[in-house]
Write a protein that binds this ligand. Sequence first.
Ligand code: HXC
Length: 511
Amino acid sequence: MSALEDKFRELDKKNREALKGGGDERIEKQHAAGKLTARERLEILLDKGSFTEIDKMVKHRCSDFGMGEKKIPGDGIVSGHGKIDGRLVFAIAQDFTVFGGTMSRANAEKVVKVMNLAMRMGAPVISLNDSGGARIQEGVQSLAGYADIFHSNVKASGVIPQISAILGPCAGGAVYSPALTDFIVMTKENSYMFVTGPDVISAVTHETVTKQELGGAMTHNSKSGVAHLVAENDEDSMMMIRELTGFLPSNNMEDPPVRPFAGDVSEVDESLLNLVPADPNKPYDMMTLIESVVDDHNFFEIMPHYAKNIITGFGRFAGKPAGIVANQPAFLAGSLDINSSVKGARFVRFCDSFNIPLIILEDVPGFLPGINQEFGGIIKHGAKLLYAFSEATVPKITVITRKSYGGAYCVMASKHIGADVNLAFPTAEIAVMGPEGAVNIIFRNKTDSEKRKAVEDYRKAFANPYKAAELGYIDEIINPSETRAKLITALEMTQNKSVSSISKKHGNMPL
Ligand code: HXC
């Protein structure tokens, strides 16, 4: 055998060793727990054969607590780049089969290296989390590694899309890396996230809770609002991420990717004529309108289980992605409360960071009244949504379907805070407040029959879109059946929008 052949054999051996991760026994344990390995996950996430691994021979440098004897190539992270639908992405997958996927100094360096590459190349970074957290044997070096990653997450924010999947444990300060990313997908059975686990909680507050109750997928998708999507299992979460990236540009200098669209852009949907009920207090499902206006009725909802009184998500219009923010009259009458304001604001800011136009479908009776809302700070949280819409310089196209009352009129991308196109259905009611509330204030001393008459007068005078249209606050009152065509025209008209901003370091959003 020649010396050269020897070298290739050695390379082959080392490569094979690296691909084994923590070994067969731990891989079996991973499968028995209903989880895939890091490499199996990447195979599903990325286009077939597109993954190029970086740093697969990196080993940790710790010799404390017997770690000097235990070294596994890759050291608990599988990272590199590949493609999703032919587009470059970077991926970082924690390998639970290697030291529980824990964070060593060497692992952190691998993560930061890939994130820096992703920023330089202008491509999204996808992190697959499944880890016991900071590697205890490495002490402060592990914490330093986490802090370096957090710093990279912050630097990358608004530059490249960052997506996290939680596919196993994610505990302690480790949660802050996914928390700093744009989207978090969690698997239903196997994932959990918490800062302090059930044992610590029990010791400190004497509360009893399971891991799933405390930090499982449904907890973070429906209660805390930390996560954005729930997946059935590892495979499903990888497919969700693939679909999500299809709506996003690779970086903040690009426009979102356009899909060829051969369908009809002037489609009329007569069923929308009956969408808004004659009775202004009757709910209806705003999702019907959304699904009618997007291409192929395909809407990718973000945070579908949280603050259902506002709907956020992505759709395409004649092939071009847009972000949709819609009040949902079927929940809490579509009113804005703390949670929906924060949900909406974060989504708006994401879209604005990445040049994704915004479509706002509005039916909002106002901010939700209540002592809890006031004590909880609805003033500052509502201000987040106002700030986000106002600050956004991407095209903003608003359609008022029914109610647009009070402060919520101003907040939901009104003309006054920079919306480019403001449309209304003939059923729109644009006023300081609803007829009953208004009459109870300005005619509080009148008799009941006088009040009833006053409500009718008020409804005729104010609960319609015509005054706003007279003033130019509404550009056009449209036939609901033509909403899709109107939106596509508005998106085309605004596609080269350019806005110059006043120079400043950054604003001071009411956090
Ligand atoms: C070193 C760890 C480890 C850790 C797990 N392992 N966590 N090694 N440091 N933090 C090792 C285990 O010893 C084991 O090694 C292997 O990983 C797999 O773990 P198991 O316990 O066998 O797996 P499982 O039963 O599935 O339990 C998983 C687990 C549990 C729930 C994650 O391991 C666990 O509770 N670990 C500790 C979690 C934790 O408290 N981390 C610190 C959080 S604080 P062997 O060799 O036996 O296979 C933190 C701070 C970050 O992370 C701060 C950032 C600012």
